[in-house]
Design a protein around this ligand. Sequence first.
Ligand SMILES: Cc1ncc(COP(=O)(O)O)c(C=O)c1O
Length: 372
Amino acid sequence: MTDFERWLSEQARQREDAGLTRRLVPRHPAEQVIDLAGNDYLGLARHPRVVEGAVSAAREYGAGAGASRLVTGTLTLHEDLERALAGFTGFPTALVFSTGYHANLSAVSALTDDDTLVVSDSHVHASMIDACRLSRARVHVVPHNDVAAVDAALAARTQPRAVVLVETIYSVLGDAAPVRELADVCAAHGALLIADEAHALGVAGVDGRGLLHEAGLGDRSDVVGTLTLSKSLGAQGGAVLSSPAVREHLVNRARPFIYDTGLAPAAAGGALAALDVVQDDPGRVATVNSVAALLAEACGVEPPAGAVLAVPMPGPLEAVAAVEKAAANGVRIGCFRPPSTPDGISRLRLTAHAQLERHQLDWAVRVLDELL
Ligand SMILES: Cc1ncc(COP(=O)(O)O)c(C=O)c1O
């Protein structure tokens, strides 16, 4: 055995002993499972109009964008999607990326430098944490949703600039950030707020336009939104919502944007069609919220701000056992275990879906009742 192989097997043994081994479970489209784990909240990934949007974009533009955006990889389709996303969320401009991960990496790393203090909520997504590592800024992590701690960190800073990182609806606990208060605190200290709308777009705010739109923050030059096209829009990709000046800066300075091939046409076409469906039928947004409230009641937790529900469990092994038991009953739920939880508590993670039929929901509620 080489030293490297010994190290790999020791790492695997430690994961196994701690009950933290992750395994990939392939999903076949024909399987009959009630999905309460995926992020296709509005059931749009297989919606005929969305699939047709993806197919016709691939036919027209090809399977890939063919180059990075600054070379030849900016398509007229990207511009259509950017206009639609900006219009829907109430921001002046949008810039699309190949993933939401890239959107966060780009926004945070390009808008900070060693003269910037980054104040980050302790629950932000891994993509924002990795973005902090990419930036050369000093990072101050504050307790979750603690506006006073953000205020104090900004007031005490020695750096000329500051950026505050939050999610508008958090991916692990499913709770909302006090975005308006955060934006006010940022404004008082001349700081920029970067808020990730990944779990709010399509499920929260007026007709799913997100919490920044609801709070009227889209036209503020000191607020930047990031989002993913891979959750409620059922496609793939990400976007940054901002002022024209921030967009222009990202195009010129964001390395995960500059050195990455443009968003694939099928993903862009699918996302654009999904946005149309959401606007034509806002009833889907209301439905996902009522399904979330029903599941929350079945799990004995508060109704969530969006589609994500978190149910605390005694430990990682209990969480995995519950997931397996639900699966044996035809219901797929997820779980978060350390190190993916910000506070070390293992949780079941359930997501609400607008397309579930009444009998599927009834069955899911029965299974959850027995499980919990
Ligand atoms: C809060 C949050 N931000 C960003 C991302 C990354 O988005 P994408 O999957 O499009 O890379 C995710 C996805 O899991 C997320 O939950």
